[in-house]
Each structure stands twice: as C-alpha cells, then as structure tokens.
Design a protein around this ligand. Structure first.
Ligand code: NBP
Length: 476
C-alpha cells in the first residue's frame, strides 16, 4: 500500500508528527538519515497505525502516492538543504516538499524559488507546540503555493489542534510567509514570557509574596482575560518544590535565560523592515542581559533603593495593578507582532489574513490563549485596522488599565525593580498616542550637523537651514 505522506527526520518532532498523521488515519512512510532511528521508530510505534519504513531516500519516494508529499523534520539550516538536495532529484513535477523545521523565512524563500524552478512545490511550514503539540495537535502555519495547499491543506488541518471545531492551520501565504509568521509568533512568545516574569518579580520583591502565593495570584488571572497556557504553566512552575533541597524550585534555578534564536530573528528582521517592536526587542535583550554574568558581577556594588515590605492590603492592590499592566503590555506586544506581520506581508506580497493568524494561534501553540479571540474579532470588525491599539474594545481596555500600568512602571523605577517589558510597552503606547514627538528635535539636530534636511508642518517640501552662517532657510 502506498503512503499518503512521508516524514523524514525521526527525532522528537518528526517522530511525533508521523504518529499524529497515523493516528488520524493516514498511511505514513517514515525515514531517517541514520536507519537505526527508523528501526527504533517501528519497534516502538508500528502498532499505532499504518507505517511504511523506508531505509533510503529512494525507498521513501517509491513508497509514496502521487503527488508525493514529504515532510522534512530535521535540524534547521544545512541539514535541511542536505535533505532537499537528496530528495529533489528523486521527485517528479507537482510533488510537494514540506519543511516543518524552524527555518529562517529567507532560507525558505530561497528554497521555494529554487524548487519552483524544478517544478516542485515547496511548503515552508511553521509548526508550534513542541513535542507534545506535534503528537496531539500543533498550530500549523504553511506557506507555499495555493495549489500545494489544495492537496496538503486538508491533511495538515486534520492533524492540527482544533478550537471550537476550527483547525489551528490555514494557508498563510506564498513563499516564506509561513516561516515568517512562525518567527513573529516566537517573538510574541518571548514578550509574553518576559512580561509574566516581570509580574512575578514585582509581586515577589515589591509585594513581598512568596512563589506559592504568586502562583495563586496567577491562577486567579488564569480564570480571567489573561487565561493562557503561559500563565497556567508559570503557576505550575511556581508551586513546584525542589526535591533535592526542599526549596521553591524557582529559587534553585540559575537566573540566566537562554535562547535558540527565533526571538533574535524577529528583532533583526524588524530592524530591517523598520517596524518598531520595542517590547519584543526588550524581551530578547532581557534574556541576553541575564546571561552576562560578567557585567552583572561587576555591577553588584551599584547603589539602589531597598524595597520595603508592603502591607497585605497594599500587596493586594499591587497585584491588581500588575494584572492590568500585564494585560495592557500584552496588548501592546501583540499589536507590535501584528504590525510586523502586516508590514512583512506587504513587503513580500504575501497577502496574509491578519485575523486568521489569531485564529490558528488559539490552540496548539505556546501563546495559545482566549485573548486571541479578541484579536480575531478586532480584524473581523476592520480587516484594515492599522494597529490593534486602535480597535474600539482594546482602546477602551487600555484606557481602563493605564493608571494602574503607570503606577506599576513607577513602582518598579522607585524600588529599583527592572520592568523593561512593561516600560517599553507603555512608552510605545504613549509615543503612538502623542500628538507631537520630540522627533522634531532629532530632525533639527540632523539638519544642524549633517544638512540632512527637514520637512515643515506648514509648507510642502524639504528644507535646510544654513546653521553655519546666517540661519536662513533654503529649499533642499
Ligand atoms: P533536531 O533538530 O534535533 O534534528 C535531528 C534530526 O535531524 C535527526 O533526524 C537527524 O538525523 C537529522 N539530521 C541532521 Br542533525 N543532520 C542531517 C543531515 N545532514 N541529513 C539528514 N538528516 C539530518 O530534531 P527535532 O528536535 O525533532 O527538531 C526537528 C525540527 O523541528 C528542527 O528544525 C527544530 O528546530 C524544529 N523544532 C520545532 C519545535 C517546535 O516547537 N516547533 C520544537 C523542537 C524542534 P540522524 O538521526 O541521522 O542524526
């Protein structure tokens, strides 16, 4: 019997994705560079469904029905190119190669173009949800041609997570669109994690609450508008006691955050595209700062205020404020992420449906949350919404949260507790809503030292002032 789909790369992700296909009734050809892994797969999982073990790339291709669909789940970068180079000559026109790894969208654009030249479809696909998601239903973000999606889409939709019966998978757009939005998803994830971490820090150091008590606060939030996977797991982490020492688990972990690079890609790309994602950038930099043991060591003696313990009542008030600051800052970082998708979509001609991205992130992925329904509604009401902050419902909520948000940022500054995420989000909010920005001063400075010219508020055209002589204005 021919298989409907092949999976090559049987490490944790590929293995679980193959099992997910099989559990959904598909016959799956499985292949891995080291054949031992394929044998191990068959020994452990053959019972779960219809699998065809392929020992070579040629075997894999021969075991597939046409048009052939091969999912690559190997290490991103060189390994993905190596697998494509091996597969492409064995495939026929109309066959589909799906890259489900964490590829950079520029690599995906390059591969897409090269394979299109050979008559093959290339579907660069963002897959979120980790190991568990791959097995039980991830959020899937396929790029590539609409034609490829026609044959592939129904399978991917079937194995994806579902929320209210709607699959967390949709055709994102051509070329690198899928991997681009997956990258932005991860940038948003970084921001969410940082904001939750700052909330914890304020409750602990300003509010004087212990981790177990903070977990209770988070559990409460998880019943409301902040309900999300990340808030939920943070509460779990904070209630965990270290078996070795009996201490709160969070207190025995080194406070140096690591990263694999997708957050950094988001910020690098945002810089290239000129999109202001300062909240996401602060989240990436916060991880980087935490990892600089040398800088931190050298700064240990620096002066700062000593946070004093709050009364129980004040701590309760602080927790209410932090909930609002967290919510408002979250709205801002999602607004930044969506702005980035919108600019990327325009730049590369992808025509991404902004509301649909909220729909497919409601389940299966790390940022899954009830909150995404709100974003979906916002774009449902106005598909051309310039920023989420301008949506009537979000702007009303931000108006309601802003006093608390400002108090939280001020409290952090007064007590010497860093709030890069909250502060960056609040600055973004205030900068966007400002009628006049000090950018006018910047422009004047640029004209002064570099004759870079400026535009006026009252007359069309560009001008330069002769700062060096009599300060007369000339058209540029
Ligand atoms: P890894 O990223 O650890 O890659 C291991 C797999 O790549 C093995 O099957 C290995 O084959 C194969 N491979 C390598 Br390495 N070099 C190869 C080459 N030159 N030719 C052929 N195969 C090669 O696996 P993973 O953790 O399952 O992740 C797979 C992909 O999914 C990655 O791109 C990763 O970034 C992404 N990922 C996504 C998530 C998520 O939440 N979306 C989570 C984790 C990973 P071997 O067995 O012969 O060494």
């Amino acid at each position: 019997k021919l298989a409907q789909v092949g999976v090559t790369g049987l490490a944790v992700m590929g293995r679980n994705l193959a099992r997910n296909f099989a559990r959904n009734g598909y016959t799956v050809a499985v292949h891995n560079r080291s054949v031992g892994r394929t044998h191990e797969f068959m020994e452990r999982f053959a019972e779960e469904g219809e699998f065809v073990a392929a020992e070579s790339a040629a075997d894999l291709v021969a075991s597939l029905e046409r048009p052939r669909r091969v999912v690559i789940m190997v290490k991103a970068g060189g390994p993905t190119d190596a697998v494509i180079d091996e597969l492409a000559p064995l495939l026929d026109e109309g066959d589909v190669i799906i890259d489900g790894g964490n590829a950079h969208f520029e690599d995906t654009r390059r591969r897409d173009e090269a394979l299109r030249g050979r008559g093959l479809h290339f579907v660069g696909t963002g897959i979120s949800g980790g190991e568990e998601g791959a097995l039980n239903g991830p959020s899937i973000m396929p790029g590539g041609s609409a034609e490829a999606y026609e044959s592939l889409g129904p399978m991917l939709e079937k194995i994806s997570a579902h929320v209210d019966g709607t699959p967390c998978c949709t055709h994102v757009g051509p070329g690198g669109a899928g991997h681009f939005v997956k990258m932005v998803h991860n940038g948003i994830e970084y921001a969410d994690m940082q904001l939750i971490a700052e909330s914890y820090d304020l409750l602990r150091r300003a509010g004087g609450l212990d981790p177990a008590r903070i977990a209770e606060v988070f559990r409460g939030w998880n019943e409301g508008r902040l309900a999300s996977y990340l808030v939920e797991i943070t509460a779990e982490v904070l209630t965990h006691t270290d078996a070795r020492t009996g201490a709160a688990f969070v207190d025995v972990i080194q406070d140096q955050a690591e990263q694999k690079g997708t957050g950094r890609w988001t910020v690098q790309t945002a810089l290239e595209l000129g999109v202001p994602v300062n909240g996401i950038a602060e989240a990436v930099f916060a991880r980087s700062l935490s990892g600089h043991g040398d800088l931190r060591e050298a700064a240990q003696g620096l002066a700062g205020p000593q946070p004093a313990a709050l009364s129980a009542e004040d701590a309760k008030r602080l927790a209410e404020d932090v909930e609002k600051a967290l919510y408002a800052s979250k709205v801002v970082s999602y607004a930044q992420g969506w702005n980035m998708i919108s600019v990327g979509s325009r730049e590369y001609g992808w025509d991404v449906d902004l509301g649909a991205m909220a729909t497919i992130w409601r389940g299966g992925c790390i940022i899954r949350a009830a909150f995404l329904d709100r974003i979906r509604n916002a774009y449902g009401n106005d598909p051309a919404l310039p920023t989420l902050l301008a949506d009537a419902e979000f702007s009303r909520e931000l108006a309601d949260a802003q006093d608390a948000w400002r108090r939280v940022v001020a409290t952090g500054a007064e007590l010497g507790i860093p709030t890069p995420g909250f502060s960056a989000a609040l600055s973004y909010y205030d900068a966007l809503r400002a009628q006049r920005l000090p950018a006018a001063v910047t422009q004047a400075q640029r004209d002064y030292f570099g004759a870079h010219t400026y535009r006026r508020t009252d007359v069309e055209g560009s001008f330069h002032t002769r700062w060096d002589t009599n300060r007369t204005e000339e058209p540029a």
